[in-house]
Design a protein around this ligand. Sequence first.
Ligand SMILES: [Zn+2]
Ligand SMILES: [Zn+2]
Length: 337
Amino acid sequence: MKAMVLKSISQIENKPLILEDIEVPEPSNNQILVRINVCGICRTELDEIEGRLPPKLPIIPGHQIIGRVYEIGSSVKKFKKNDRVGIAWIYYTCGNCKFCKNGLENLCNNFIGTGHGVDGGYAEYIVINEDFAYSIPDVFSDIEAAPLLCAGAIGYRALKLTGMKDGDIIGLYGFGSSAHILFQVIRYLFPNSKIFVFTKRKGDLPSELAIKMGANWVGETGETPPEKLNCAIDTTPSSFPVREALRNLEKGGRLVMNLIRKEEMINNLDYTIHLWEEKEIKSVTNITRKDIKEFFEIAAKIPIKPEVKTFSLEEANEALLMLKYGKYRGSGVLLIR
Ligand SMILES: [Zn+2]
Ligand SMILES: [Zn+2]
């Protein structure tokens, strides 16, 4: 099968993903073999490739996978051949550690990420335990569904962690793949809330998209919005938006950081400006299967329409380079079949 393989950590500018022809994996008893149609592109792939979140090497990245079941292991019960399935970042959890037993499998001590600890979706096939694959509602095409698996579902987890209520004002710092999907979820779940969007520069692609989608206010990170924020979600790779979100929070407000790695240290936090008055800061780590299932139920009712830019599998390096420099808006998806 064709696959884009990473053999060593490198800046994406060096185009480190190499097209290779490798063996199709074989499913074990409880696994399904999935023939991949599309795979979404995520900023986490940049973190892996550039070494901020070093993967096992060599690795096939990619964790927003939509495909069809091609073969099943002897004990598989949930799926049959040709079923459409999705595969997300959560590839394996142990089920035995204290986190798994307390509904926090996202924090599992033995968590394995798809395309990080095992080969992922920048390829024509993948195997996975049937318990970690999901049926995808028919309302979504493959390219619409792929970005929902991580950008959408982890965004949804972040939203839950904010504790937001209808009528609250939420600030979104960064308006890329995750935030523009989250926007549609917030509008649906909290119709009386205002959404303020902060992007890097006035008139950039994310700000255009936020205006088009009807944000209540759109500004540049660094600007003070017309009202204080009850909560905020940060999806950016830099530290400035963290300080800014905290500064603009209402008393008792909470900032949730929805990303795996920052490209720099978060420095210059001033206790009085950024934390005093019971402001909180919380990260999002991984995702649970329950989050994904809940999210797809909501997403299908809306139904969410992600803005998608497509690339071929062979263009994975170029696609990630464009993501790094914000050269497309919405979600990137590799067309594999
Ligand atoms: Zn992701
Ligand atoms: Zn566990």
